[in-house]
Design a protein around this ligand. Structure first.
Ligand code: KG4
Ligand code: ZN
Length: 338
């Protein structure tokens, strides 16, 4: 069993990340989160690419140093080709190509959405990876998708969002309540102390396994406008109950679609990933589904849920083993389906 060292680079959105893996084991996973976007209440693409440009070399240096690996020991360079912000992807793509060329080692392109799913296969003594076939739901600030995973490289998207991602639904709702960006974790925190049935928000009617979250945001906006007209302090007085009710509605939407996916496919192994997987409510709902519906559920370590290069590295390793390399003529792809 040979030791293959993979350097992985992720730059699809607002996190610059580099990781070193030895086969399926993560030796280092460095993430530079760009704080600059906070003041704008969302990611500003132009600023993201500039920050990647500044961060990428120090982040790669740190990843190699933490792994205690010299770049001459590397077996291949894996990078996120897409989907994501074009200006952000270009930085990681160009850097990965140049380094692979300079070191004269293989280059391996990775689809970011596949990586969120294959993060479950990162070596972790506290978890077992899901068996094939399984259902994967990726929920984050940029994505909302249910995927049937038949093996490492055979995936079928069963449904996805038609508008906002679920993390965006959390963040935009939070913004309407005056909470700072990103508001998802704060909604979660308030929700834990609130009554989930205090207020009723309509669920969208979307056929099949697709999602829609933009209507929820609008109904929250109208609801808050109506209530604050009578009582300007409505939000601050009821923040826990509002957050609990908003979160409840979002989780109902997610669980409803997951249940349909399980019924349609007969697959009861359900894996989730993405930043919203940190939500305490969704974790509770999955536990409940294990007990009442007989599902087996899987969540990677939190650092492998949010955008990170370790998940790019695990795909890199699996493709390396399969001899699936990428030509130097490769270009980044902002829209890149699984
Ligand atoms: O995966 P991620 O770090 O970045 C993207 O690829 O988007 O996900 C970030 C998203 C944000 O929308 C954030 O508000 C949300 O995940 N999030 C949460 C929680 N923690 C992070 N949403 C709800 N509850 C949480 N505990
Ligand atoms: Zn992501």
């Amino acid at each position: 069993n040979s030791k293959n060292y993979i350097l992985a680079i992720e730059s699809s959105c607002d996190d610059t990340s580099a990781a070193v893996l030895c086969n399926t084991k993560v030796l280092s996973n460095v993430v530079a989160t760009q704080e600059i976007h906070k003041q704008y209440g969302g990611v500003v693409p132009e600023l993201a690419s500039r920050a990647h440009q500044q961060n990428i070399v120090p982040v790669v240096h740190q990843a190699l140093a933490k792994a205690n690996i010299d770049k001459k020991q590397l077996s291949a360079i894996a990078f996120t080709r897409g989907p994501g912000l074009m200006g952000s992807l270009l930085v990681g793509t160009s850097f990965a190509k140049s380094l692979a060329l300079g070191l004269d080692i293989p280059l391996i392109e990775v689809n970011h959405m596949e990586a969120h799913i294959l993060a479950h296969f990162i070596e972790d003594e506290t978890r077992t990876p899901p068996p094939f076939p399984f259902l994967a739901m990726t929920i984050s600030g940029g994505h909302t998708q249910i995927v049937k995973v038949s093996d490492h490289f055979t995936m079928e998207v069963l449904g996805e969002t038609l508008d906002d991602a679920v993390g965006e639904a959390f963040d935009k709702s939070a913004k309407l309540m005056g909470l700072p960006y990103p508001g998802g974790p704060l909604v979660d925190k308030h929700a834990r102390q609130g009554n989930a049935l205090a207020y009723d928000f309509p669920k969208p009617k979307v056929d099949g396994l697709n999602f829609s979250f933009s209507g929820l945001k609008t109904s929250i906006l109208y609801f808050l406008q109506r209530e604050t007209k009578n009582n300007p302090d409505f939000v601050s007085q009821n923040i826990d109950d509002i957050c609990a009710s908003v979160q409840y509605t979002i989780l109902e939407i997610l669980m409803e679609k997951l249940k349909i996916a399980v019924e349609q496919t007969g697959i009861t192994h359900v894996a989730i990933g993405g930043g919203v997987a940190a939500n305490s409510g969704i974790r509770g709902r999955l536990k409940e589904a294990e007990e009442t519906l007989g599902w087996t559920t899987y969540i990677p370590k939190f650092e492998y849920c949010t955008d990170n290069a370790a998940m790019i590295g695990i795909v890199g390793y699996l493709k390396f083993e399969a001899g699936d390399f990428t030509d130097q003529s490769v270009a980044a792809k902002a829209r890149y389906a699984i």
